[in-house]
Design a protein around this ligand. Structure first.
Ligand code: SF4
Ligand code: SF4
Length: 440
């Protein structure tokens, strides 16, 4: 059976130095932190209720927030210990205030009793949805969304294709690559669970062609397990891993502006989400950790399995500390990551990388109307407009120029000969528009 399809490539974007220095570095367990800071909700779904109070003792995996709404997930304690405060902190991804629960670890990592599904092979779709929700699994594939909600698309949308995203689009980041290599069986089992629920005609595993070892490994596992999944190699280029671009590349369907993947019959999941879904069903394990690449100007870069809420400074210290003066700490990759000013910023479910690098001074010159940014934008936007509008406060024009569909991939800024930090302007405009709409 031919499992590996012909290689596909993207029409837009640029080729970047990959710098995936940790691709061959096995995942290590990060030390348990002395304290974790867990957000009450991760900016997705309905608001949750806090189930614990200051001073309560909690076990690892114990539910600490929940809601009656389907469109919501519970959060779980990621260490055992004591709830020391319920307070507000700055969200490292958005810069906005968020409510958090701080837990001081007792160092013992005592877990709640996990309750795997009794008969996973014969489990119903309803039971899968319930178990995935209970485990608090979120999918961080470009935009954070609730994994169980993606398994229940609107009734008028027929899903015929599931794409598992193992492309891993940003330079430096190797967490998904290692997950595919080291947890391949779980990843494919999770994908098979999605298939049971969504009943698609086609299931594709999309992988960058710079990850030949992951393709070989998953191909072997697919044959061994008898899955009818196809591996789609994709020529490495940037950007590609966002949902809409990936759909266009793999199945040549165009998600319209403001549309959803489900509109064109597709659901896309990240490989780490598939692993988490397997663990929710077969192990009853809540979603409390993920693989994070810690790389750049640190003594010993690593891929680490990290509990959510761990302060970023712990990971940097564990990886030998910062080795070059003038380095900045970025949560995420070099193109889409956010520079951090607080060393206690916590790791969240969407943190795939901590990049430490010497910052380059930004010289924001005037636009020379070369049009390079327009040529490379995967969303077919006119990035050149956003800095111009933001500089004179014309935010509504940014909205008219479809700024909401900008994925903040950064490829426009990368190609700009005038070094205009276009993404920073995009973020300023989105924040202002969001404020005007009363979302803050
Ligand atoms: S405008 Fe947005 S989507 Fe287009 S290249 Fe720039 S950052 Fe990427
Ligand atoms: S790439 Fe830079 S200089 Fe060229 S049109 Fe876009 S914003 Fe202007």
């Amino acid at each position: 059976m031919n499992i590996r399809l012909d290689k596909k490539s993207l029409r837009y974007g640029v080729e970047l130095p990959q710098n995936k220095l940790m691709a061959q570095s096995p995942i290590e367990l990060a030390p348990l932190p002395e304290m974790v800071t867990i957000p009450l909700e991760e900016n997705v779904g309905a608001a949750s209720e806090t189930l614990v109070n200051k001073g309560d003792k909690v076990l690892t995996g114990q539910k600490i927030t929940d809601s009656d709404e389907f469109d919501s997930v519970p959060m779980h304690a990621t260490v055992s210990g004591e709830v020391t405060s319920i307070t507000t902190a700055i969200n490292p991804s958005t810069g906005q205030a968020m409510k958090v629960i701080a837990i001081t670890s007792d160092g013992e990592d005592k877990w709640v009793e996990l309750q795997p599904c009794p008969n996973p092979e014969a489990i119903s779709s309803e039971e899968i949805l319930k178990a995935v929700r209970e485990a608090g699994v979120v999918d961080a594939d470009g935009i954070t969304s609730l994994a169980h909600v993606k398994l229940l698309p609107p009734k008028d949308k027929k899903i015929d294709t599931v794409i598992l995203n193992g492309y891993e689009w940003e330079p430096y980041v190797t967490s998904d690559h290692r997950v595919m290599l080291e947890y391949g069986e779980k990843v494919l089992s999770g994908l098979n669970i999605m298939k049971k629920v969504l009943s698609p005609v086609n299931v594709y595993v999309a992988i960058g062609d710079n990850k030949e070892d992951a393709m070989d490994s998953l191909e072997e596992l697919i044959v061994k397990a008898g899955y009818d999944f196809k591996i789609t190699p994709i020529k490495a280029g940037y950007p590609l891993g966002d949902e809409k671009t990936l759909i266009k590349t793999v199945v040549n369907r165009e998600v319209l502006i403001g549309g959803l993947a489900a509109d064109v019959g597709v659901v896309v999941y990240n490989v780490s989400t598939a692993k988490a879904i397997h663990e929710a069903i077969y192990e009853g394990k809540p979603y409390i950790e993920r693989v994070v690449t810690v790389t750049g100007t640190v003594g010993n870069p690593k891929n680490l399995l990290v509990r959510f809420g761990t302060p970023v400074k712990n990971l940097i210290e564990y990886c030998g500390g910062i080795t070059e003066e003038g380095s900045e700490v970025i949560i995420g990759g070099p193109m889409t990551g956010i520079s951090q000013f607080d060393p206690d910023s916590p790791i969240f479910s969407d943190t795939n990388c901590v990049l430490v690098k010497v910052s380059q001074p930004i010289m924001d010159m005037d636009c020379i109307s070369c049009g390079h940014c327009i040529e490379v934008c995967p969303m077919k936007l006119m990035p050149t407009l956003y800095p111009k509008y933001v500089k004179v406060g014309r935010y509504n024009e940014c909205a008219t120029a479809y700024i909401d569909i900008c994925t903040e991939c950064g490829v426009c800024a990368y190609t700009c000969p005038a070094n205009i930090p276009i993404v920073q302007y995009v973020r300023v405009a989105k924040k202002e528009l969001s404020r005007r709409m009363g979302k803050e």
